[in-house]
Every structure is written in structure tokens, then in C-alpha cells.
Design a protein around this ligand. Structure first.
Ligand SMILES: *[C@@H]1O[C@H](CO)[C@@H](O)[C@H](O)[C@H]1NC(C)=O
Ligand SMILES: *[C@@H]1O[C@H](CO)[C@@H](O)[C@H](O)[C@H]1NC(C)=O
Ligand SMILES: *[C@@H]1O[C@H](CO)[C@@H](O)[C@H](O)[C@H]1NC(C)=O
Ligand SMILES: *[C@@H]1O[C@H](CO)[C@@H](O)[C@H](O)[C@H]1NC(C)=O
Ligand SMILES: *[C@@H]1O[C@H](CO)[C@@H](O)[C@H](O)[C@H]1NC(C)=O
Ligand SMILES: *[C@@H]1O[C@H](CO)[C@@H](O)[C@H](O)[C@H]1NC(C)=O
Ligand SMILES: *[C@@H]1O[C@H](CO)[C@@H](O)[C@H](O)[C@H]1NC(C)=O
Ligand SMILES: *[C@@H]1O[C@H](CO)[C@@H](O)[C@H](O)[C@H]1NC(C)=O
Ligand SMILES: *[C@@H]1O[C@H](CO)[C@@H](O)[C@H](O)[C@H]1NC(C)=O
Ligand SMILES: *[C@@H]1O[C@H](CO)[C@@H](O)[C@H](O)[C@H]1NC(C)=O
Ligand SMILES: *[C@@H]1O[C@H](CO)[C@@H](O)[C@H](O)[C@H]1NC(C)=O
Ligand SMILES: [Cu+2]
Length: 561
């Protein structure tokens, strides 16, 4: 037992070595060029016509397909009425932080009638990622899949499917989403939840004026299929099922997993999942469905009706109505936790020691009405990390850092919260008011970082999907209640690698990553309504000693503020 585990560790460290050593000098395989034209169009869902922002007139936006190692160049023309940026969610952006996309973190917005070219190499990642607008609420409709296939001559580490389909989960508002978030920020009132979930932009059969346009996936008996699922939902995690069909998860966030077969997925917004299915049931029609996982301990109004698409067998003559899967209850935290705890990396390579240890409390907070306008209820809710609610800067943090501009951000984001309290118990009123600030945590190049995120009961406890930009991390532990280093259970052998982790409601999650990429990396809740209210912080990774470990100069067309 011991011997085989040390063999596994040796093999794993060889894999680590190869991955680290090869990456820098591997030439890019091919140049893939795309043009994104951002514009507006009128779309009708739920009998309501809205003017939405789209890319190349598509909703969801175009799928970009590359091979691992390719150089992707996307020229983004903003012909729409809003300021935009595009973020390449999950792409590691080695030494290309300028191309990452979050507004006021790595770049200023692209104003209407202007353009910016994102140029980066995709290395060491295979599977599905995605791209989306990273400013205000625009990502509700400005998003699409990024499919990363193995290099020419390489194959998937699982049986080749007969066909592949992108499945993008989203949300639809019977309103202009930019008005929705602008009003929430102005008044301090929580923005209203969406009117429906969607699959490939369609709500499906159970919503008014929707049945004719329900998304359909056509399969042939006996064949196998790869679903490339992107959760682009804005403000909640999602259960995902297919009636009478099991699913085998083979990759999450463009990291291969040990195959895991299940009848239900729990997907956090920000996560992507590659899932194999086989058309091995009676020829017929089966609903593919997604429904809210809502863990908040206070009431949130949301649609309990599942969004659906139809899995239809080719040549089907069976006239029965499609079968609907049974969804877990909306608040089924046990099922949600079981799924995320079951995932395992295929070729793990976990740092066994840590250079930088952080403990970050995450949750809501209140601001008093002299600092910002308040709703009628008299308190304004914000998000916070270690008792600091993040405030956007005027120019991007990366620009300010690169140019040595003072007064844009401070480097004093703390490693621990200012005080200990019963994080998951009753939180006294005096503790509920965080500071406002634009603080970063500085990381030494190549340091190994461990962060324990601790959910807090300020206002309410809820699962927050925390996304780290520009890195994948290992989810080395998670649990409920207050994190206790003496009793916490860690898995340093084969944990799953991710770019977004759902920190359990009323619990904690521990992650490890290597700060091997100089630049500024946003960390935030991937609920857009939380992020917009300061549920964020950033890491600033210093340059390394070698020239090859330094962040190059910004591209000449980088938008200025
Ligand atoms: C959308 O509809 C509105 C109202 O009918 C119209 O004024 C506008 O020109 C339309 N926009 C587009 C892009 O078609
Ligand atoms: C876009 O940004 C500019 C500053 O660059 C600002 O003046 C303008 O109001 C913004 N437009 C919108 C629609 O937010
Ligand atoms: C759906 O399609 C039917 C048959 O083509 C048509 O009569 C009906 O008006 C359509 N419904 C909507 C909402 O477009
Ligand atoms: C799904 O998997 C479970 C557990 O492996 C198995 O019991 C069940 O029969 C499978 N269902 C289908 C429809 O294949
Ligand atoms: C017809 O399709 C349904 C699902 O839509 C399936 O449950 C049923 O077994 C099928 N019947 C036959 C006779 O194949
Ligand atoms: C889920 O919600 C239902 C009804 O709203 C409630 O009865 C049940 O106790 C809740 N379950 C959990 C695990 O919170
Ligand atoms: C840095 O400062 C110089 C001089 O003020 C300016 O021209 C340049 O645009 C700035 N660069 C960035 C990335 O902000
Ligand atoms: C923290 O609060 C929880 C929930 O109210 C309670 O069960 C627990 O005993 C408290 N822990 C401490 C150390 O006070
Ligand atoms: C969480 O805080 C609320 C008050 O904001 C309180 O009612 C509730 O009991 C707390 N939960 C626990 C588990 O202590
Ligand atoms: C957060 O900081 C504020 C202002 O310094 C302080 O009043 C409050 O007690 C702190 N809360 C916590 C949980 O540390
Ligand atoms: C990064 O750290 C590892 C050990 O943690 C070391 O082997 C490697 O040489 C370092 N790389 C650089 C570029 O400093
Ligand atoms: Cu959140």
C-alpha cells in the first residue's frame, strides 16, 4: 500500500516536472484568428422582447475551437452602446495578463466604436472553457464556449465520442440587464432574480411562448456523445439532469477528471464540465433539464421551473411526451456537496508544502448610508473578503502597477480577518460593517499559496462560487462549520483542479495554487450580483528573477481610461 502510493507520488512529481519544464519553450501550434463584433439585437423569450447585446449577432455567442498550444487572437470591435471587456474564463494567460479581460483589474473598458485585440497562447489545458463580458451585467448575453482540443496527433484520455455538443446554461430577464444592475447599484436594493433559466438561450417547454424554440439534441441509438457544458448562469448554481440517462464526467474547467458516473451534476456558475453520455435507452424523447440550487438561509425569489432541452433519438416513432427527470430539491446541499466532493483529478500534482497561507472570511456586509446611498430598508448590503469590500479603481490595477502610479490600490490585503468570531453562528451587529477598499495581496513569484475560504453568517449563509483568474487550483479540502486546522480533512493526493469553487454554505473550502504567473489576478464571487457589490479581491504576483518570468509590456492598443 505504502509502496504503491510512493510510486504514485513519484509518477505524479514526474508529470509535474514535465508540465512545468515543457511549457515555456513549447512553440505555439497554430494561429487562430477571430473577429468579434459586439452589437445589439431584439430577442423574444417568455413573450417579452428585449434589446440584448450579442457577439456577431449570435446568442449564445460563437463557439471558438482551438487546439492546446494554439495562439488565439480575437479582435473585438465594440459596435454596441455600452463599454465592454471580454474575459477568457479559465485560460491561464501565462505572461499575457493584459489579455485577461476583467474591467479595471487588467484593462480599461473598450468604449463604443473602439476595438481591442486579445492575443494569447493556450497551453497545458484541454477541455471546455468559455469567454464572457467582464463588466456590469453584460455577460448575461455576451458569452460563448471555448473548446480546447488536444494537439494534432494527440487523443482524448477517454473513448472518442461519436459527436459533441455545447450546452450553455444561462438566465433570461424580461428587462434590460444593464438597467437591472444599474438600478441595484444606484438604490442599494438587491437586483431582481431572472425570469427563467435557459439552455442554449432557450427556456424550454415549461415557459410561455417558448415551446416552439426549445433546444433539441438529436442522437442515434447506441452512439456516445460529449456534452460540453458551460454554466453561464448569473446568480445561482444549477443542478443538471437528463431523464433516464447517466452522465460520466471526464473533465471540469478544462482539467481531466477520473471518470465519474452520476445521474445529477451540480455546476457552479463559472464551472465547465465535459460529460459523456450514451444513447442506450428506448428510442424516445428525454428532457435535458437544469434547475436552481439555492442554498441561501434567507428567502431568495427564483424560478423553480426547470429550463429544458430535448434529447431526441433519430428515427424516433415513439409519440410519448418527453420524460422529465426528477430534480433534487432546490436546497439539497447534501447532493450538491456529494457531487463536488466526488471529483478527482486524473493526473494530480499537488504542492505538498505551502509558502503563503491565508484564511479569508467571505460573505455579506452592510454599509452605512453616509458611505453610499441606501434602499428604503435603510441598510445597503455589500460583499466582503476578510472584512474588506472591494471598490473598483478608476484605471486598471495592472496598469497602475506596471506604471508605478500611486493612489489606485493598496498592498495591504490581510492574510487573516481582523478578528475571530463564530463565523457560522450569530454575528454581532458591530462586526457586520466591512471597510471599503481596493486592496491587493502581493505574492512572490513561484510561491505556493494556500487559501482557506470561510463562509460567514453576516446577513445569511450561502454557497458562493469563488473564481480565481489566470490559475487553476487544487480543491484540497472542504467542510461545514468553522474551519479548524486540527480536525479539517485534507486530500493532498488526488484532489480535483478547478478555476471556480463553490464554498459550501455555512462551511469552508481550501485551495492550493502556485503563483507562477506575474500580473494582477482577480478573485471574486461568480454570482454577478455579489461581485458587483464588492465581493472580490486581487492577487498581485511579482515578476520572477529570469527575463522569461517577467510580465511583458502591454499591447499598444490597450484601452486607456
Ligand atoms: C429593437 O426594437 C426597438 C423597438 O421596436 C427598435 O426601436 C430597435 O430599432 C430594434 N433594434 C434592433 C437592433 O433591431
Ligand atoms: C463608458 O465609459 C466612458 C469613459 O471611458 C464613460 O464616460 C461613459 O459614461 C461610459 N458609458 C456607459 C454606457 O457606461
Ligand atoms: C408555434 O408554432 C405553431 C405552429 O407552427 C404556431 O401556430 C404558433 O403560433 C407558434 N407559437 C409561437 C409562440 O410562436
Ligand atoms: C445509472 O447508474 C446507476 C449506478 O451506476 C445504475 O444503477 C443505473 O442503472 C444507471 N441508470 C441508467 C439509466 O443507466
Ligand atoms: C417511448 O419514449 C419514452 C421516453 O420518451 C420511453 O420512456 C419509453 O420507454 C418509450 N417507449 C417505447 C415503447 O420505446
Ligand atoms: C428545504 O426547503 C424545504 C421547504 O422550503 C424545507 O422544508 C426543508 O427543511 C429544506 N431543507 C433543507 C436541507 O434546508
Ligand atoms: C504609463 O505611463 C505613460 C506615461 O505617463 C503613458 O504614456 C502610458 O500610456 C502608461 N501605460 C499604461 C499601460 O497605463
Ligand atoms: C457557533 O455557532 C453555532 C451555530 O449557532 C453553534 O452551534 C456553535 O456552538 C457556536 N460555536 C461556538 C464556538 O460558539
Ligand atoms: C445567522 O444569523 C442570523 C441573524 O442574521 C440568525 O438568525 C441565525 O440564527 C444565524 N445562524 C446560525 C446558525 O447561528
Ligand atoms: C470590520 O472593520 C470594521 C471597520 O474597521 C469594524 O468596525 C468591524 O468590527 C470589522 N468586522 C470584522 C468582522 O472584523
Ligand atoms: C519554482 O519552485 C520550485 C519548487 O517549489 C522549483 O523547483 C523551481 O525551480 C522554481 N522555479 C522558478 C522559475 O523559480
Ligand atoms: Cu457570492
Amino acid at each position: 500500500m505504502e509502496r504503491s502510493s510512493s510510486v504514485v507520488k513519484l509518477a505524479a512529481s514526474l508529470v509535474c516536472l514535465i508540465m512545468v519544464k515543457l511549457a515555456p519553450w513549447m512553440a505555439s501550434a497554430a494561429l487562430v484568428q477571430r473577429k468579434f463584433t459586439i452589437g445589439t439585437q431584439n430577442e423574444t423569450r417568455l413573450c417579452s422582447t428585449q434589446t440584448i447585446v450579442t457577439v456577431n449577432g449570435q446568442f449564445p455567442g460563437p463557439t471558438i475551437e482551438v487546439r492546446e498550444g494554439d495562439n488565439l487572437v480575437v479582435e473585438v470591435h465594440n459596435n454596441g452602446p455600452y463599454n465592454v471587456t471580454i474575459h477568457w474564463h479559465g485560460v491561464k494567460q501565462l505572461k499575457s495578463c493584459w489579455a485577461e479581460g476583467p474591467a479595471y483589474i487588467t484593462q480599461c473598458h473598450i468604449t463604443p466604436e473602439n476595438k481591442f485585440t486579445y492575443n494569447f497562447i493556450i497551453t497545458g489545458q484541454e477541455g471546455t472553457l468559455w469567454w464572457h463580458a467582464h463588466i456590469s451585467y453584460l455577460r448575461a448575453t455576451v458569452h460563448g464556449a471555448l473548446v480546447i482540443k488536444p494537439r494534432a496527433g494527440k487523443t482524448y484520455p477517454y473513448p472518442k465520442p461519436d459527436a459533441e455538443f455545447p450546452i450553455i446554461l444561462g438566465e433570461w430577464w424580461n428587462a434590460n440587464v444593464e438597467d437591472v444592475i444599474a438600478e441595484a447599484i444606484a438604490t442599494g436594493e438587491r437586483p431582481p432574480e431572472s425570469d427563467a433559466d435557459t439552455i442554449n438561450s432557450q427556456p424550454g417547454d415549461f415557459f410561455p411562448c417558448s415551446k416552439n424554440d426549445t433546444s433539441r439534441i438529436s442522437v442515434a441509438s447506441g452512439k456516445s456523445y460529449l456534452l460540453r457544458i458551460v454554466n453561464a448562469a448569473m446568480n445561482h448554481a444549477s443542478f443538471f439532469k437528463i431523464a433516464q440517462h447517466n452522465m460520466t464526467v471526464v473533465a471540469v474547467d478544462a482539467v481531466y477528471t477520473k471518470p465519474y458516473t452520476t445521474d445529477v451534476l451540480l455546476i457552479q456558475p463559472g464551472n465547465t464540465m465535459d460529460v459523456l453520455i450514451t444513447a442506450d435507452q428506448q428510442p424516445g424523447r428525454y428532457y435535458i433539464g437544469t434547475r436552481v440550487y439555492e442554498s441561501a438561509t434567507v428567502g431568495v425569489k427564483f424560478s423553480e421551473i426547470p429550463a429544458t432541452a430535448i434529447l431526441e433519438y433519430k428515427g424516433n416513432t415513439n409519440a410519448s411526451e418527453p420524460l422529465l427527470p426528477n430534480f433534487p430539491p432546490f436546497n439539497d446541499t447534501a447532493s450538491a456537496f456529494k457531487f463536488s466532493a466526488a471529483l478527482r483529478s486524473r493526473t494530480p500534482c499537488v504542492a505538498q508544502t505551502v509558502d503563503e497561507e491565508m484564511f479569508i472570511t467571505e460573505g455579506a456586509g452592510l454599509v452605512d448610508c453616509t458611505a453610499r446611498s441606501c434602499p428604503e430598508s435603510g441598510v445597503r448590503s455589500v460583499g466582503s473578503f476578510n472584512n474588506i469590500s472591494f471598490v473598483d479603481s478608476q484605471i486598471s490595477i495592472l496598469q497602475a502597477y506596471y506604471n508605478g502610479t500611486d493612489g489606485v490600490f493598496t498592498r495591504d490585503f490581510p492574510n487573516i480577518p481582523p478578528q475571530k468570531f463564530n463565523y457560522t453562528g450569530y454575528v454581532p451587529h458591530a462586526l457586520r460593517y466591512p471597510e471599503l477598499g481596493t486592496k491587493v495581496k502581493v505574492l512572490k513569484f513561484n510561491s505556493t499559496v494556500q487559501v482557506v475560504f470561510q463562509n460567514t453568517n453576516i446577513s445569511a449563509m450561502i454557497n458562493h462560487p469563488i473564481h480565481l483568474h489566470g490559475h487553476d487550483f487544487y480543491l484540497v479540502g472542504q467542510g461545514f462549520g468553522n474551519y479548524n486546522p486540527q480536525t479539517a480533512n485534507f486530500n493532498l493526493d488526488n484532489p480535483q483542479m478547478l478555476n471556480t469553487v463553490g464554498v459550501p454554505t455555512g462551511g469552508w473550502a481550501a485551495i492550493r495554487f502556485v503563483a507562477n504567473n506575474p500580473g494582477v489576478w482577480f478573485v471574486h464571487c461568480h454570482f454577478e450580483s455579489h461581485s458587483a457589490f464588492g465581493f472580490a479581491m486581487a492577487f498581485l504576483t511579482e515578476n520572477g528573477p529570469a527575463d522569461s518570468d517577467k510580465l511583458p509590456a502591454p499591447p499598444s492598443d490597450l484601452p486607456k481610461c
